[in-house]
Design a protein around this ligand. Sequence first.
Ligand code: KIV
Length: 272
Amino acid sequence: MSVEPQTRRLTATDIRSRKGGTPIVSLTSYHAHTAAIMDPHVDFILVGDSLGMVMHGLESTVPVTLDMMILQGLAVMRGSKRALVVVDLPFGSYEESPAAAFRSAARIMKETGCGAVKMEGGVHMAETVRFLTQRGIPVMGHIGLTPQSINTMGGFKVQGKSEASAAAVMADAKAIAEAGAFAIVVEGVIEPVARDITREVAVPTIGIGASPDCDGQVLVLEDMLGLSPRVPKFVKKFGDLGGMIGEAVTAYADEVKARTFPSADHVYKTKT
Ligand code: KIV
């Protein structure tokens, strides 16, 4: 009798141990099927709260709820078997206190089975990162351009341009790393600052609109596939799924209108 070899899922500890090694590959996914397709090729799958904008057409990630994250986190866990799955803590579910953050993170982990959560914020969230990691919850940090703070940041603004801003992002990275985060997403940070952060912190940095010298990169799947209506300038398009869907739907609509689509007879094999 042959026994199927069990695929071991990567863990937060595996990702942590990749500091300075082979670049860490990551993409977002919110669905079982896209998760299954990317699973053999990525180290971790991020169930990002960008799902609010990408799937639901929201203007920002602010309205995303814990229930939305759990539903999509479950789908991604169902579709994947090898990559670490990291689920975002949405706005309003963790900032109030370490205890509130623990309750939300524990719900995500229990109800999805994912291996880690991600939270935005630097120095001011360090106490919360420590509280969670000391209680068994692996935390990925997220600093620089933090989309949940769009209303106080005044838009999606690149960080680290001035000396003060560069120093603040560096302080955020160090605080989160020292508090126990196993990796840190560095978003929208100018290249030299992202490079310095990568050199100075002991945990892997995962860049997005930052620097190829980060320890890895994450992109929003729909952005790199050409499926999002608005794509950040730094994203390279690896496909044109939007164009392909448009062409396919046009061809389909033309066939339906002309009644030229194939009959199902050859499938049913009916005798008349
Ligand atoms: O929600 C998300 O997709 C993210 C990435 C942009 C890092 O947080």
